[in-house]
Design a protein around this ligand. Sequence first.
Ligand code: AGP
Length: 592
Amino acid sequence: MCGIFAYYGDRTDAAKIVIKGLKELEYRGYDSWGVAYKTEDEIKITKEVGKIGDIKLTEQKFEKSKIAIGHSRWATHGGVNKKNAHPHSSTNKEIVLVHNGIFENYLEVKTKLEKKGYKFKSDTDTEVIAHLIYEHSKKHNFKDSIKKAIEEIEGRFAIVIINKENNNLIAARKGSPLIVGVGKTEGEYFIASDIPAFLQHTNKVIYLDDNQLLEIKNKNIKFFNLKEEKETKKRIIEIEWNVESAEKGDYPHFMIKEIMEQKDTLSRAINQDSKKIEKLAAAIKNAYGTYFVGCGTAGKVCMVGEYLFAKISKKHINFSFGSEFPNYKDFLTEKTLMLCVSQSGETADTLEAIEIAKSKKVKIASIVNVESSTMARISDITIPIKAGPEKAVASTKATTSQLAILTLLAYACDGGIYKGKQLLINTASQINDMLNPRYEDHIMEIAKKIQHVESMYIIGRGMNYPIALEAAIKLQEVSYIHAEGFAGGELKHGPIALISKNTPVIALVANDDCKKEILANATEVKARGGYIIGVSPENHPVFDYWIKVPDTGNSSPIVNIIPIQILAYQLAVLRKNDPDKPRNLAKSVTVK
Ligand code: AGP
């Protein structure tokens, strides 16, 4: 949620470097963008409403500068307009900053500052931080005034600040990510919300931890804990990701690239250290109460996990969305295990759930894609899914890799990790065969037919019920068609009233013990005029349109979601939506 990028070094086109970096971070927010850069004698600020991706660098004129900070916004406080776009500044640009997160008590602080005579130009919480730092700077140096201001800020945030007085740059974080890229020349640094933004410059990184602050002064970078004076030593880490893995290549959009990458990503997820999987499986087996926790798509993956564990290892799992987890706090003990699933590892609701669990001494495990994320670093056990950067807002390849890891864990929990691996290796090879242009054309036929519908529904049973919910998320977020998922058996208790002539209903029909019932549910819908799109290994007379998927037994959730991902993508393109940056959304939801 919101992308931050900053440059400090010897190159003189700092503003352009920042804009280029922000373009890589646009998936985190694309309501507006802005950059502030230091020239010889002042700080210049440029901001615009809209997507930074639409900006042509060659058409932008910036004065020479070696220090710049920038921001791509996902609006929280205040509407989408120029005055609310970042960077924000104190009255005479003494302090200029970019901010990701939410300043929860900003109104209280704003009122206090207003009483002291401060005037506000925007509706944002961020502008309050700029004035607050300036107020403290009357008595303290740049670094200490920031520390003092942070003491008054409640909430999660990442901020990068420059000032009029000197050429120092300061960044701090509490809850929202910030990573430093160490440049190839002495004293050159990039600061960003996510690594792919500076991969074109460097793969050497330093992670800023929670409650830490960094100061770049005279080309030297120093790290401090917010509550301590003395410096904290940090390690430079070389990361494996390369620029190509974060680029679109020949694909028109990241979403379709990432869908197609599932030919490889599944194998990468399952071909990892079995000992780690077995260790976590043993922890789940021995825990008194296990909670699977995630949000959005990752939440639906957790729900599938609940079914997988019930079926494969006869183990009861509790599921909770991150935002609902506080309701279970009274059931947490030292013997509880919490397993969090997250692509980004930065989702605020899930991180907050972890904080609650940690306060009860619960053991934390996580399945994440971004190995450098907060979640990975605060977990006792982390299983990386190794899907590579996922940039489209709609999660695709991360979803199937997370499902694969949970399937493997369920088998391992029953002592059958080898059986699980065999199943998933077979699934990966069938997906490889499935993802070809003919398959896409086949799905395009149905996409064209339903592209103008107002509503559609998806039904599933057993472990494919959460997949029906996930299918609905995929369709909603990129096609903007009203889509809802239901447990097949629940239709007759209400939702069937929504079916009229030609309403599209996707039935997820796996070759499992729910098959007869879900086909019966599809027949009930058809009797009310519904148009049945069957996703199934076999055709059936009730289907008006059949999308064939391989028969993969307990990994049917993985193969069933893939054609829906393709359908959602194609609908987005046909309806002229941007599948990578759907309206109102952001890739990583770092606010509650
Ligand atoms: C997925 O398509 C969504 N964009 C969204 O629901 C996402 O899964 C959710 O915000 C959780 O993100 P995470 O996996 O990074 O924690």
